[in-house]
Design a binder for this molecule. Structure first.
Ligand SMILES: [Zn+2]
Ligand SMILES: [Zn+2]
Length: 96
């Protein structure tokens, strides 16, 4: 599943340590259950590699949000067909 990589996280520099470390959901601070893949951000002027994680609720909400933006800006997504990113976001945001 590649969709979690497509979800933008809050700015690393603004996050408390337990959200930065992946212990807690990067968006709401509850217990994290899903990996969002590694990111590289600038924190205090230095490059930091971090691995944000998320709770299932925020993961679904953010996937929906990004999917709805994606289908309006993606040239490959039309009413008949969707690109791989579009499909992955849809599966994540609208689980069956
Ligand atoms: Zn959350
Ligand atoms: Zn697309």
């Amino acid at each position: 599943m590649r969709a979690p990589e497509l979800l933008p996280t809050p700015r690393a520099a603004d996050l408390p340590a337990e959200r930065l470390s992946g212990q807690r959901c990067v968006w709401c601070g509850k217990t994290a259950t899903a990996d969002l893949s590694a990111r590289v951000s600038v924190v205090k002027g230095e490059l930091l590699r971090w691995e944000p994680r998320s709770c299932s609720h925020c993961l679904c909400r953010e996937a929906k949000r990004v999917y709805n933006i994606h289908i309006t800006v993606c040239a490959r997504c039309s009413h008949r067909d969707y690109c791989l990113d579009g499909k992955a976001l849809y599966e994540l945001g609208f689980p069956k």
